[in-house]
Design a protein around this ligand. Structure first.
Ligand code: HEC
Length: 134
């Protein structure tokens, strides 16, 4: 019984990771189809996307780091609501980048907060690669 339980837990973990790989693959295919020279996502470009400042929500000049801080292994704070945000780095918070639904939902919202538009597949793939490597 215990062995079956352990197997069930393990396979659900794997399917989550598989899910995220599938999402990254979709972003990759979309980026490739809009630019045949695309060679793969870049943590370096992602870092720029994460730290560059823009006139965002409510006319405030912000970046992704405004809420997630300069070191994403640390706790963050939503600058609009004051609510604490757990570390964004998967190295500091094992739950990060495991649930595709969450990742999609927050990327959509957060790009709108900072860039006032949705991210392109290239931007999303780059910034996720940056986050995954931090
Ligand atoms: C106004 C504050 C704020 C800004 C600015 C912001 N975020 Fe977030 N972000 C949040 C909140 C709140 C959550 C959801 C709460 C949580 O997951 O702890 C979140 C969650 C996420 C997640 C989900 C991760 C996961 O696996 O659960 C990702 C990815 C993310 N943000 C990336 C970004 C990127 C990239 C930017 C810049 C384009 C950005 N955030 C800017 C507040 C912000």
């Amino acid at each position: 019984m215990r062995r079956i339980l352990i197997l069930a837990v393990l396979s659900s973990l794997y399917s989550y990771a598989g899910n995220m790989d599938g999402y990254m693959q979709k972003l990759y295919n979309a980026a490739k189809s809009s630019d045949s020279n695309f060679k793969g996502f870049s943590a370096k470009r992602g870092e720029k996307i994460f730290f560059s400042k823009h006139m965002g929500k409510r006319g405030k000049i912000i970046s992704c780091a405004s809420c997630h801080t300069d070191n994403i292994k640390n706790m963050g704070e939503n600058i609009f609501t004051g609510k604490k945000i757990k570390p964004l780095s998967p190295k500091a918070n094992a739950k990060r980048l495991t649930n595709v639904k969450n990742v999609k939902k927050w990327l959509r919202r957060n790009f709108k907060d900072v860039y006032k538009r949705e991210g392109t597949p290239l931007e999303k793939g780059d910034v996720l690669t940056f986050i995954a490597n931090q």
